[in-house]
Ligand binder design. Structure first.
Ligand SMILES: Cc1cc2nc3c(=O)[nH]c(=O)nc-3n(C[C@H](O)[C@H](O)[C@H](O)COP(=O)(O)OP(=O)(O)OC[C@H]3O[C@@H](n4cnc5c(N)ncnc54)[C@H](O)[C@@H]3O)c2cc1C
Length: 246
């Protein structure tokens, strides 16, 4: 069983967001970067399955050299090897094209992505890879088992769950629930990760299909005014004169 797990290199969830370059780029200065939480859970589940049933897990990131510590973490968790496509990613179309080209060359049984990266939240890469490869894809998976030649998957739907079976090869976009908790690398895993192969491949020629013109932050929230529970007149006055909603 050959599994490819696509890892996005994203700012820590507590990162303060600021923009540079005329609001076209996100300011990475001083930020802590992590494995995207959705694919971290998908990777965890893949590792559990590999440990029980055998197989090989490759972690892949499309990114410049700065993403390598994130890939080393995936190796420390239990991926067997890693690939970095040497490109500064700016657009899901191009990222998915690069991943599809690696997949064509290596013929994976299962390609796992997160439901969405938590930086640009496009939720597009997994489905776009499926399009490039003409593979079936199952999105938003909450539970996954892999057996020889097929995947058994569970997805949350309105008011319940659906169980799906799909033959290899396929794309799975995983989310919360696919594993209970992300695997925390043990010291042995961290030591071993240094020796595991991390191959750098050059991108294929492909243009970005989209261009971000500008980013902006949401309007800051107005401060909260407390009104005494027995002061109805003051509440009405504030709603009328300040909030102007009555
Ligand atoms: C203006 C702009 C600037 C950007 N600058 C950078 C930058 O400097 N450095 C940077 O790393 N990214 C950067 N990005 C993000 C990069 O473009 C994203 O990787 C790509 O656009 C996919 O984002 P998405 O939100 O559509 O991913 P989604 O479709 O939400 O991602 C779904 C899943 O696909 C996989 N995935 C997503 N991205 C990657 C990836 N790069 N490699 C492997 N798997 C992936 C993950 O499993 C993820 O959970 C930038 C994006 C924009 C729009």
């Amino acid at each position: 069983m050959k599994i490819l797990v696509c890892i996005s290199h994203v700012p820590d969830t507590t990162a303060k967001i600021a923009f540079v370059d005329n609001n076209k780029s996100y300011n990475k200065e001083g930020q802590q970067f992590i494995i995207g939480p959705n694919e971290e859970l998908a990777l965890t589940r893949a590792i559990d399955i590999k440990e029980a049933k055998g197989g090989n897990i490759t972690a892949l990131t499309v990114g410049s050299a700065e993403v390598e510590p994130t890939l080393r973490k995936a190796l420390a968790m239990g991926a067997d090897d890693a690939i970095r496509v040497n490109m500064d990613p700016k657009d899901a179309f191009n990222v998915s094209k690069q991943i599809a080209e690696v997949a064509k060359a290596n013929q994976y049984d299962v390609i796992l992505t997160g439901r969405e990266a938590i930086d640009y939240n496009g939720g597009q890469v997994g489905e776009m890879i499926a399009e490039w490869l003409i593979y079936p894809s199952v999105s938003g998976v909450n539970d996954m088992d892999l057996e020889p030649g097929k995947a058994i998957l569970k997805r949350e739907i309105d008011g319940g769950y659906e169980k799906i079976e799909c033959d290899f090869p396929l794309i799975i976009t995983g989310q919360k629930g696919i594993a209970a908790e992300p695997k925390i690398p043990a010291m042995r895993g961290i030591m071993m990760a240094r020796k595991k192969p991390l191959i750098v491949v050059e991108p294929v020629q492909s243009d970005n299909a989209t261009e971000v013109l500008e980013h902006s932050l949401p309007a800051s929230k107005a401060s909260c005014k407390m009104v005494s529970a027995d002061d109805m007149n003051e509440l009405v006055r504030l709603l009328h004169e300040e909030a102007k909603v009555i």
